[in-house]
Design a protein around this ligand. Sequence first.
Ligand SMILES: [Zn+2]
Length: 322
Amino acid sequence: MERVERRQCRQLGAGALLCVGAAFYSLAVLLAGPAGAATPVATVPQGGMARWSGLAAKECGIFGRRYPAVDAACYYPIDLAAPPGRHQIALWDQDGKRHVGYAQVEEGDFAEEEIELPPELRRYIDVSPEDAARAAKEHGVVTKILNGKGGPPRFSLPLGKPAASLPKGDDNFGSTRTFNGKVKSLHTGRDYPVSLGTEVKAVADGTVLLVVDHFFTGQAVYVDHGGGLVSMAFHLKSVAVKEGDEVKRGAALGQVGSSGRATGPHLHFGLRWQGKRIDPALLLGAPTALPGIGEQSGSEAKKAPPSKKKPKPTAKPADDEG
Ligand SMILES: [Zn+2]
């Protein structure tokens, strides 16, 4: 990347730029633009998302998928277990012209949590063969719908909040959990400390894909928002919608509870976009905070995120149970 930028400086005939610092490299990237020799790039952690705006995007592509832009910008969801390294991305503008860039995927910084379940939740530790078979069947049902139905996006970013007041919870997206020292699980959403009975809201217009009462997730609602985006709320006390219902942003989906494997009432909120497991907090915040393709300076694009937590285990558990 650095060499490409230097070459670009020479092509611009601005030889004097070669001897100065990162700010001028950044300038070179801006001058080159997406059609220039410097290929635009952004560094994204696993479970994160890159944004490419300013090119009147119509469609976007990554990992062999092509899908519609949202409000003329492309978003590239990176699964929490996506292999680190450089992944090519594409953007098709309103004239059908294809622009190519890269997402530089860095290892995510995920927590490890030890959770002690009380004796009354023992069935989630010593899972009976019947419960294990039930959970496997339910996992299959959910897996089928997580890519969404596609079609045009029915949302803008940021999404609406899934509860009127959403206190910041633990930073537990992507955490590997060990329950009572023996059962491992991968946490693919976020837990918000919202009190029992609080109304859970649709984060955007959509169609209710699935309303279930599953072994691990308890009463849960899955909503399709078009464009390959699916939102989910787990451990509900009650559900106010049924499968096939059309909902508007802010509509009541149900109430916060502690059904399924939950140590107490809270809202588990999760998102899949293009089937990728991404940190839902990213779509609840300003999209301009996401790493922008071609907007980072050379030094920023190469910098690895600081590590603040324990290293993650080599193998992640496969399940996703709230
Ligand atoms: Zn959860």
